[in-house]
Write a protein that binds this ligand. Structure first.
Ligand code: PGA
Length: 251
């Protein structure tokens, strides 16, 4: 059985003190909740080492929101996969549409990042998804297929098995527009069929595919009820402990 998961993506929110406070609040709240799914929080780089200490012994696992596409050396301002791993983080969000759009991360760069994450024992949470115009012209399947082929279908089956996918339609991120449960299920089933074609049914059945894009405490249960939607990657609603915990309870 594949892992069910709810993962938070704090993006560029919360200073260090606020981030530590939120992590402490989550640890306390989840102590009583006993989640039925894996719980991950993705924080800015500067929070990782401190939050890693806060969540020790709890159910919460830690993710970075990015890592460098180079191993080490003269790359001022970059943070390598090895550095991320040394904080205690176990996951790394890669390929988020904001990284693709604002920081020009293309399939080739992302392929390097995925390889470096895996090499350093970090599990990628790899994001894919179409923009509004692509959805409106019916191109969403071909876009998502190209994103997978460009950055993760080069992996061995063993390495691909370490990846969590997150389908995030760009038109739904931070917009309050959520994909309908049918749209999410259709795309997740399509993604699983592509994995089955490439790696076989067992690998496809074992791959965790999250939905992301304006997922919140109100709509989570309906989205998670779909057979191919294994959980969520949560932006805005992961910044308040009660909201995030309600989404975890819905999984
Ligand atoms: P959102 O963001 O939940 O705020 O729409 C999701 C994401 O970008 O991962």
């Amino acid at each position: 059985m594949r892992t069910k998961m709810v993962a938070g993506n704090w993006k560029m929110n919360k200073n260090l003190q606020e981030g530590i406070a939120l992590a402490k609040e989550l640890v306390e709240a989840l102590k009583n909740q006993e989640p039925k799914c894996a719980v991950v929080i993705g924080t800015p780089f500067i929070h990782l080492a401190s939050v890693s200490e806060v969540i020790k012994g709890s159910v919460i696992k830690l993710a970075a929101e990015n890592c460098a596409d180079k191993e080490k050396g003269a790359y001022t301002g970059e943070v390598s996969a090895e550095m991320v791993r040394s904080t205690g983080a176990e996951y790394c969000i890669l390929g988020h549409s904001e990284r693709r759009a604002y920081y020009h991360e293309d399939c080739d760069i992302l392929r390097e990042k995925v390889l470096l994450a895996l090499k350093n024992d970090l599990k990628p949470i790899f994001c894919i998804g179409e923009v509004k115009e692509e959805r409106e012209s019916g191109k969403q399947n071909e876009v998502v297929k190209a994103q997978l082929e460009g950055s993760v279908f080069n992996l061995s089956a063993e390495d691909f098995g370490k990846i969590t996918l997150a389908y995030e339609p760009v038109w739904a991120i931070g917009t309050g527009l959520t994909a309908t449960p049918e749209q999410a299920q259709d795309m997740h089933a399509f993604i699983r069929s592509l994995i089955a074609e490439k790696y076989g049914k067992q690998v496809a059945d074992d791959t965790t595919i999250l939905y992301g894009g304006s997922c919140n405490a109100k709509n989570a249960a309906e989205l998670f009820a779909n057979p191919d939607v294994d959980g969520g990657l949560i932006g805005g609603a992961s910044l308040k402990a009660p909201d995030f915990c309600a989404i975890i309870a819905a999984r």
